[in-house]
Design a protein around this ligand. Structure first.
Ligand code: ADP
Length: 493
């Protein structure tokens, strides 16, 4: 997703140990029960400084089991409330998030290394998602279908307990993509944030409780994927899993869900094209291209990391692209002027380096700070179609450029990956814009723009980029079962 559009997340105060100013280690603060000595802890590190912010207890499988039981109890209370009351509580939750925007944003800066302006927008996005979901509570209706001999009704019933397994790239918004509509549709939510970024999620659970959500309805369970996440996916009383993360883990979760036909929504990787036709407004396309693969330091499933350029304007476009890339400021995310922060972790930087070492030949390479922090410079490479850097998701500030001859080749190259999440195309020809947008196998296309995500429009992937859709008018329905009831109107004899 691109900053300044409608999706994205934010963070917290720190000290060593359990020094979260809002009370990490406080059972109520987590929105969940925690008894006894935690089996393990997660060290939360500031990616811009490599300093330890705090340590957070990891949730054991036994604690997951207790959390599910509490969630199920709270869900029964929640679903029985008048819809108008549920909507009111969600609006109050949204208002509290709004009132804590700066605190959440600062926490996101420290925990995830997001530039502070982006982080504020991410907190605002959580507010928007909650408000939008609240607006859907009373509009989530069933139907009456004409049949012979009686009346046929359908009901949209909540699923029960939903697990949301969130990634670290947009910790707050993506957590809210699942949580807000699931709650609005009458479910309880157990949110497992990524290992590196639990602090904003924990704070959101506190704000939900303060807004008046029933205790246990929205619980945040920090922990390792293979332990806490695994226990949630396996749990027989969890009705649905919403997972956002790597395609490899998504496939594993989908297979696990098959065992009990558990509902699952997957939002996975991408390697999205940015197709520039010769008739495009090249200045505008070049000016916006850097943000489309550098925002969030490229750690964005919608990053337009394959720039396909029509050969007749290839050199001209690259000449415009270079100064635009070099103008992006990489540095301290707490600084208001910074456009690009660090990568999330040393592990992530190693992953990016495994594709492109910083001394590998590049067409364009920006600057990155020295010293502590997981920095990596903005990089643009030439790549042949089919090359590893042109096919696999790098999840760092790296784009490849590939020339094409004509529309047919552009579409073929655009579709030449196992992914299908998003993509952009730049042209002044309206008919071509629609033709190409329809021909690219991806869930989210933008024309003369890099907009990917809005809370009010559906989002999700084709092919191995995912399963199901989040956001938009159908968001609440994805957290319901449809029940069909036929009532005979035949007279008794
Ligand atoms: P990354 O490799 O970029 O961290 P992942 O796909 O591994 O991305 O992680 C996304 C989310 O999935 C995180 O919250 C992580 O803890 C969780 N996760 C990882 N492995 C599993 C698993 N086996 N079962 C459930 N959740 C998992």
């Amino acid at each position: 997703m691109q900053q300044g559009q409608q999706a994205g997340p934010a963070p917290h105060e720190h000290e060593h140990g359990h020094g979260n100013a809002q009370g990490c280690g406080n059972a109520q603060g987590y929105g969940r029960e925690r008894r006894g000595t935690p089996a393990d802890t997660l060290d939360i590190v500031n990616p811009a400084t490599e300093e330890l912010i705090t340590s957070v207890p990891a949730t054991t499988p036994e604690e997951v089991d207790r959390a599910v039981a509490r969630a199920a109890g709270a869900q029964a209370v929640w679903a029985a409330l008048a819809p108008a009351d549920r909507a009111r509580l969600l609006r109050r939750f949204a208002a509290l998030v709004d009132a804590h925007t700066e605190e959440l944003a600062q926490a996101e800066v420290r925990e995830a290394g997001h530039p502070v302006g982006n982080a504020r927008w991410e907190a605002g996005n959580v507010r928007d998602l909650l408000e939008y979901a609240a607006g859907g509570v009373e509009r989530l209706t069933g139907s009456q279908i004409p049949v012979a001999g009686g009346v046929n009704l359908t009901f949209a019933e909540p699923l029960g307990v939903v697990a949301v397994i969130a990634p670290w790239n947009f910790p707050m918004p993506i957590a809210a993509w699942g949580t807000a509509p699931a709650l609005a549709a009458g479910n309880a939510v157990l949110l497992k944030p990524a290992e590196t970024t639990p602090l904003t999620a924990l704070r959101l659970a506190e704000l939900g409780l303060a807004a008046g959500l029933p205790e246990g309805l929205f619980q945040v369970l920090p922990g390792e994927g293979p332990v806490t996440g695994h226990a949630l996916v396996e749990h027989p009383r969890v009705a649905k899993v919403v997972f956002t993360g790597s395609t490899a883990i998504g496939k594993r979760i989908m297979a696990q869900c098959a065992a009990s036909v558990k509902r699952v929504t997957l939002e996975l990787g991408g390697k999205s094209p940015n197709i520039v036709f010769a008739d495009a407004d090249l200045e505008r396309a070049a000016a916006s291209a850097p943000g489309s693969f550098l925002d969030n330091t490229g750690q964005d499933c919608c990053a337009r990391s394959r720039i396909l350029i029509q050969r007749s304007v290839y050199d001209r476009f690259l000449a415009l692209l270079e100064p635009a890339v070099l103008a992006c400021t990489v540095g301290d995310p707490a600084d208001e002027g910074t456009g690009i922060g660090p990568l999330i972790s040393a592990r992530q930087r190693e992953r990016v380096r495994s594709y492109v070492p910083e001394d590998a030949p590049a067409l364009i390479r920006g600057q990155a700070p020295d010293g502590p922090g997981y920095w990596y410079p903005a990089t643009v490479l030439e790549a042949a179609p089919g090359e590893r850097t042109a096919v696999e998701e790098i999840f760092g500030p790296v784009a490849v450029v590939i020339p094409f001859e004509d529309e047919e080749e552009a579409v073929r190259l655009a579709n030449d990956t196992p992914y299908g999440l998003s993509g952009s195309l730049w042209t002044r020809d309206g008919a071509r814009a629609l033709r190409v947008a329809r021909a690219v196998a991806a869930g989210n296309l933008s024309v003369n723009s890099h907009s990917s995500v809005r809370y009010s429009t559906p989002f999700g992937g084709y092919k191995q980029s995912g399963l199901g859709r989040e956001l938009g008018p159908g968001a609440l329905a994805a957290f319901t079962e449809t029940k069909n009831v036929f009532i005979s109107t035949e007279e008794s004899t």
